[in-house]
Ligand binder design. Structure first.
Ligand code: AMP
Ligand code: MG
Length: 392
């Protein structure tokens, strides 16, 4: 049995980056940038007015000003502003030569059809200066960022209509177990509905990848072999659930080996999720044998699989845990594994363990926002203590 930290590092070191593809602006949400986005221009591209008003000289604002021109946004000023002159200018239009400020229209009064007067005695520049937001050649967004709507605005502003991103990993999901039926069926006595498979589809989607749901495989070596072989051939990663414990019908590890998977670990000192199994093929495809118990498969996906998918997609490494304060004392009877306990997170960021009966208790998860880490060897955590939490 290896430590959780060792398992994380084995998995992370096994990740192969996906190839790069070009994707159109409207399809980019959630995708990870493969190259730096460099500005092809200064932003703003010229000195522009920040307000609707009159461009003039600061030294003239106490005096009556002659309006010599009107410049709408998108049009260029033709006249240079001289002493006691101004140009009527709209927000976003280019500043005329000779002016060093814009007085806001709401602070002026019309004197006659050609003249205006400023009603205040101080003025801000109200000019957005050339290149003050971004300079030509500057990196606007760096590679490894997962694209959000705010990045789309920057990409659009800089003329990126197609962008190089990492391909989404295609992830096969197979649920093993003779006792399993699909959610559309009422389980007969001894049967149970397949929850893992569908939960994993959603987890893969949330991670920004492509799930390939391949259904339930009976606990039969030949059938399992064929299903695993096909799944590995056609996908970048395979997630199996069940069949990795010590039972008579748990032959996932042996079948994986026969399918050319080099098993790198098959027990982790973590709770839930001790039988978590991991390996990879010569061609770099990764296989996780997740335990059948649903809280285990959920937690080990969030803790081991998701960071691996992020690395495959070229995302910059993120912290696995957030530091939070415990709202109450916590204690446990056994401490030989690092435990992850479903927990709520309050508005103020305090964490409280949820009622949790063990790794089959899926009903504890919808009410939880995080997994509270209880370190190996630790029996008690005290109220107010700083703890590690994996938000879910
Ligand atoms: P196993 O890891 O195959 O020994 O399964 C451990 C426990 O998880 C058993 O109680 C199984 O019935 C249950 N289980 C296995 N696979 C699933 C699944 N896909 N959905 C829900 N429960 C499952
Ligand atoms: Mg089973």
């Amino acid at each position: 049995m290896i430590s959780f930290e060792k398992a994380v590092s084995i998995v992370q070191n096994s990740c192969k980056k996906m190839d790069i593809e070009e994707v159109e602006l409207h399809q980019l949400l959630g995708r990870v940038l493969a190259l730096d986005v460099v500005s092809d221009m200064n932003m703003p591209p010229f000195d522009k007015s920040a307000v609707d008003g009159f461009a003039c000289r600061k030294s003239n604002i106490t005096e009556q000003l002659e309006v010599i021109e009107v410049v709408p946004a998108g049009k260029l000023p033709r006249e240079e502003v001289g002493e006691h002159q101004c140009t009527k200018i709209m927000t976003g239009a280019m500043m005329p030569k000779g002016a060093d400020c814009v007085i806001m229209i709401e602070d002026t009064a019309q004197v006659d059809c050609l003249h205006i007067r400023y009603k205040k005695d101080t003025v801000k520049n109200n000019i957005c200066l050339l290149g003050e937001d971004m300079k030509t050649g500057q990196v606007a967004i760096s590679a490894g960022v997962a694209i959000q709507p705010q990045h789309i605005a920057v990409l659009a502003a800089l003329g990126y209509t197609k962008v190089a991103v990492y391909q989404k990993p295609r992830v096969a999901i197979l649920s093993t177990g003779d006792e399993l039926v699909e959610p559309s069926k009422k389980p007969e006595l001894g049967q149970i509905r397949n929850s893992n498979g569908h939960q994993l589809v959603a987890q893969v989607l949330r991670a920004g990848c492509i799930p390939n749901y391949m259904g339930i495989v009976e606990d039969n070596e030949r059938v399992t072999f064929n299903a695993i072989k096909k799944a590995i051939d056609e996908n970048d990663m395979l997630l199996l659930t069940g069949g990795v414990s010590m039972g008579d019908y748990d032959f996932v590890p042996s079948v994986l080996t026969r399918c050319g998977v080099d098993l790198l670990f098959d027990r982790v000192a973590v709770q839930p999720g001790k039988p978590t199994t991991f390996g990879k093929t010569d061609s770099g495809k990764m296989v996780f044998g997740l335990p059948g118990n649903p809280v285990s498969s959920f937690a080990q996906f969030e803790l081991l699989v998701r960071p691996a998918l992020e690395k495959m997609m070229g995302e910059k490494p993120k912290e696995l845990f957030k530091k939070m304060r415990l709202s109450t004392d916590y204690h446990r009877k056994h401490a030989e594994r690092l435990a992850f306990v479903p927990a709520t997170i309050s508005q103020s960021g305090e964490v409280t363990p949820t009622e949790y009966h063990g790794s089959a208790h899926i009903f504890s998860l919808p009410n939880s926002q995080g997994l509270l880490a209880v370190p190996l060897g630790i029996y008690e955590l005290k109220k107010g203590e700083e703890v590690d939490v994996r938000p879910i």
